[in-house]
Design a protein around this ligand. Structure first.
Ligand code: PLP
Length: 408
C-alpha cells in the first residue's frame, strides 16, 4: 500500500519515551484518522442539536446526519433494513440489551445458553446473570489447542435444550477465527437464536449479516477507527420486534398516557434518550475510510504483518505463543508470554522503547484459567502498522530478558 498512513493518523506520528511510538494494542482500541476527528469536530462546531426533536434547521441536520450514519452501517454489514441497526454505547451495552430484553424474556427454567470459553467478559457475565435469574444452564464450548471451537464441541454442546448461542467470530486473545457458518447452522437446526460478537472481526474483514444468517451481531465503533461511545447491535427485524425495550424514557415512545406507554417502532424503540450523534457520524466517516482502503486489502495487509511477526517470534526460544500459528486461521492478534517474565514487566519494558502492547487477562478470566495462566502479553495489528513496527517490536522483545539480567 503506497498510502502514507502516518499522515492520516497524527497520534502514530509522535515520540514516546524518546522513541517513535509503535502502537500494537489495536484489539483494545484503534487510532482515529483525521477525517473522523475533523468530521466530529465540524459536527460540534456547525451542526450540534438534539436529533428527532426539533423542527428547526440544526435539529433536522443532526437527525439527517444520525440517520445517514445508520444507513452507512446498514450497508457496511449488509443488513436488509435500517431499522435492524440499533446504535448503542459499545459492544458491552449491546450484549446487555440482548441479555435484558431477549434473555430475561425468552429464556425459561431448564433452557441452555451456550457460549465459548474464549468469550470476552462482556459476552459472558450478562449470560451468567440471565442463567441465574431464569434458572437456565450456561454451557461452554471449549476451544482446541489452536484456540478454535471444534466441530465436536458445536455438535455436542448445542442441543435440543439450547435456546441461545452467543460466540465471538474472532477471539480477542488468540485472534483465531471461529467457524460461524457451522455455529449458525447448528444453532438454527435446534431452533436456537445465535448472537455473534463481531468486536474483533468487523474491523478486520468483510462481515455480511445476511450471508452469515446470524440473528444478532454486536460490535464497538472504537475498534474500527470511530470515536469511543458508539456501538452497534444488528438484529433480525422479527426478533427485534418481538423484544421489549431495554431503556425506557424519551425518544423511544410513540405516545405516553398516565399509566401506559406505546413504544416507538424500530430502531427507536431501543434508543431511549438523547443519542450520540457525533459518535454515529464518526462511525460513518470511519466506515468511509475503511471502504476506501478496502476490507479485503486490510485483511491481506494484516495477514502479512502477523505472518512476519510470527516468523520472527518463533526464532526466540523463550517465547510461548497461545493459539494457532497458522495465519490462514487467524487475524492480526498474537497472545504470548516471555519465559520467567511477568507480562506486565514485558509491557513496561516495551513501553520504555515506545512500543505499546497489552498485558493482562484481556477480560477473559475463564479463558486464562482454561489455559492455566494468570495473564499473557498481546500484540494486535491494524492496517496502518508497518513491517518496521514489527521489527522494532521484535528488537525490544529481544531486550526484555537481558534487561532483567537473564543471559538471553
Ligand atoms: C471480543 C470482544 N468483545 C467485546 C468487547 C467489549 O467491547 P467494549 O468494551 O467496547 O464494549 C471487546 C473489547 O475488547 C472484545 O475484544
Amino acid at each position: 500500500m503506497s498510502k502514507n498512513f502516518l499522515i492520516d493518523f497524527p497520534v502514530l506520528n509522535q515520540i514516546i519515551n524518546g522513541k517513535r511510538l509503535v502502537y500494537l494494542d489495536n484489539a483494545a482500541t484503534t487510532q482515529k484518522p483525521l477525517s473522523v476527528t475533523k468530521a466530529v469536530q465540524d459536527y460540534y462546531n456547525l451542526y450540534n442539536a438534539n436529533p428527532h426533536r426539533g423542527a428547526y434547521y440544526l435539529s433536522v441536520k443532526a437527525t439527517e446526519i444520525y440517520e445517514n450514519s445508520r444507513e452507512a452501517v446498514r450497508e457496511f454489514i449488509g443488513a436488509k433494513k435500517p431499522g435492524e441497526v440499533i446504535f448503542t454505547k459499545n459492544a458491552t451495552e449491546a450484549f446487555n440489551l440482548l441479555a435484558y430484553s431477549y434473555g430475561m424474556n425468552f429464556i425459561n427454567p431448564g433452557d441452555e445458553i451456550v457460549i465459548s470459553i474464549a468469550e470476552h467478559h462482556s459476552n459472558l457475565v450478562p449470560w451468567q446473570q440471565v442463567a441465574k435469574a431464569k434458572g437456565a444452564v450456561l454451557k461452554y464450548m471449549y476451544t482446541d489447542e489452536e484456540g478454535i471451537i471444534p466441530e465436536e464441541e458445536i455438535k455436542s454442546k448445542i442441543g435440543n435444550k439450547t435456546k441461545l448461542v452467543s460466540v465471538t467470530q474472532i477471539s480477542n486473545v488468540f485472534g483465531t477465527v471461529n467457524p460461524i457458518d457451522k455455529l449458525v447452522e447448528r444453532a438454527h437446526e435446534v431452533g436456537a437464536v445465535i448472537i455473534v460478537d463481531g468486536s474483533q472481526s468487523v474491523p478486520h474483514m468483510k462481515v455480511n449479516v445476511a450471508e452469515l444468517d446470524v440473528d444478532f451481531l454486536v460490535f464497538s465503533g472504537h475498534k474500527l477507527l470511530a470515536p469511543m461511545g458508539v456501538g452497534v447491535l444488528y438484529g433480525k427485524e422479527e426478533l427485534l420486534n418481538a423484544m421489549p425495550p431495554f431503556l425506557f424514557g424519551g425518544d423511544m415512545i410513540e405516545y405516553v398516557w398516565e399509566q401506559e406507554a406505546e413504544f416507538a417502532q424500530l430502531p427507536y424503540k431501543f434508543e431511549g434518550g438523547t443519542q450520540n450523534v457525533g459518535g454515529a457520524l464518526g462511525l460513518m466517516e470511519a466506515i468511509k475510510y475503511l471502504d476506501n482502503v478496502g476490507m479485503d486489502n486490510i485483511k491481506v495487509m494484516e495477514k502479512g504483518l502477523v505472518s512476519y511477526a510470527l516468523m520472527k517470534m518463533s526464532e526466540l526460544p523463550y517465547i510461548t505463543i497461545y493459539g494457532s500459528k497458522d495465519v490462514q486461521k487467524k487475524s492480526g492478534v498474537i497472545a504470548f508470554n516471555v519465559q520467567d517474565v511477568h507480562p506486565h514487566d514485558v509491557a513496561s519494558i516495551l513501553d520504555s522503547e515506545g512500543v505499546a502492547i497489552r498485558a493482562g487477562h484481556h477480560c477473559a478470566h475463564p479463558l486464562m484459567n482454561y489455559l492455566g495462566v494468570n495473564a499473557t502479553c498481546r500484540v494486535s495489528f491494524y492496517f496502518y502498522n508497518s513491517v518496521e513496527d514489527v521489527d522494532i517490536f521484535i528488537e525490544s522483545l529481544k531486550s526484555v530478558r537481558k534487561w532483567l539480567g537473564y543471559g538471553s
